[in-house]
Design a protein around this ligand. Structure first.
Ligand code: PSU
Ligand code: MN
Length: 330
């Protein structure tokens, strides 16, 4: 079919007036454009816990082969703790929910050659039948379409530093404002403007809840100096918060103490990376991947180790939330 037909077909499936919950039929297809893996499809129709996972963290967030190793470990943690992992990506123009080992490997090896796909890029990648690694915004969108209520990542995008001039604000934040999926992350990196990110989430009506703390975590470190309005102390609390709201919820889980990186080392790496991005005029959707790689490089792997540890911890907490939620629904 033509590119236009493919886009308008996708548009039909996105129509909010249609029910967008659990379209996964036994054929493993959602409508005729989203492919749901048999394992995910079966879990959804039984009402079992499923945890959605993004793929930009694999292609653009970490170098090969540590990206593949982390992706496999995260899926294993989800399984061990009683849920089915559903990694989301667009392969040859087909949005896929739940990837095989071969598909995961393909994405990890392709790395930055895969198109980074935020919400606005979905139409382009589908129409041109490209491979796309979905960011938080695009992954939440597909998770919601097929009826997965919980999504785990490392860190989300936010308001960039100087965002008051550039208006570079991640579509992750607007997606949280309109898509009812619970996002589990370790807060946002201080490559971003954390106070303005929280202001923007407030504007979008997003509940930001921190896990066992009153402070919003800053990804590599447990603290950011910013307070959150909501604190939760267990997965059941999370599940309860989630049930009462119609927008997204951001659950912020601080990095475990034993893995937190030295705040001052990270901060100086971030300052250098930001300066280099400005000098090289790297802006827009290239900025986040550039800063992530640069900070990893400048900290000699210390930040990468912290990154891997916190994603795994988020997967554990997110799976517990998904399991608690599935029990509440049964
Ligand atoms: N922050 C991280 N690691 C990541 C990302 C953000 O610490 O891998 C990725 C996520 O996929 C997120 C995206 O959704 O970057 C945000 O990109 P942007 O800033 O261009 O909106
Ligand atoms: Mn941006």
């Amino acid at each position: 079919s033509s590119a236009l037909a493919r886009i308008s077909n996708l548009q039909r499936h996105i129509d909010p007036t249609e029910s967008n919950h659990n379209k996964g039929g036994s054929d493993g297809f959602c409508g005729d454009l989203i492919k749901i893996s048999p394992e995910v499809s079966e879990a959804l129709s039984r009402g079992d816990a499923v945890v959605a996972l993004e793929s930009t963290i694999i292609s653009h967030g970490m170098p090969y082969p540590l990206n593949l190793e982390t992706a496999k470990e995260v899926e294993a943690i989800v399984r061990t703790n009683g849920a089915v992992p559903a990694t989301i990506a667009i392969l040859d123009g087909i949005p896929c929910v739940g990837l095989s080992m071969e598909e995961l490997e393909r994405l990890a090896i392709l790395g930055k050659r895969v198109q980074k796909t935020a919400r606005r890029d979905i139409a382009l990648v589908v129409a041109s039948r490209k491979n796309g690694a979905t960011t938080v915004s695009a992954s939440m969108f597909f998770a919601s379409m097929v009826g997965i209520p919980v999504f785990v990542t490392g860190g989300i995008g936010g308001v960039h530093r100087h965002g008051e001039h550039t208006m570079d604000i991640s579509s992750d934040l607007t997606e949280l404002g309109r898509t009812p999926v619970a996002v589990v992350s370790a807060g946002v990196k201080s490559i971003l403007d954390i106070p303005r990110t929280l202001e923007y989430l407030e504007t979008q009506g997003v509940c930001v809840a921190a896990y066992k703390t009153n402070e919003f975590p800053a990804f590599f470190t447990e603290t950011s100096g910013c307070k959150v309005p909501c604190r939760v102390d267990g997965p059941e609390d999370y599940a309860n918060v989630k049930l009462k709201l119609n927008t997204g919820v951001l659950f912020a889980v601080p990095i475990p103490k034993e893995h937190s990186a030295s705040g001052s080392i990270i901060e100086s790496a971030i300052q250098r990376a930001l300066k280099e991005a400005r000098d090289k005029n790297i802006t827009g959707n290239a900025e986040t991947p550039f800063l992530l790689s640069k900070v990893n490089e400048l900290t000699g792997g210390a930040s990468l180790a912290a990154n891997m540890a916190l994603v795994k911890n988020n997967a554990l907490v997110g799976t517990r939330i998904a399991v608690a939620l599935a029990q509440l629904r049964k």
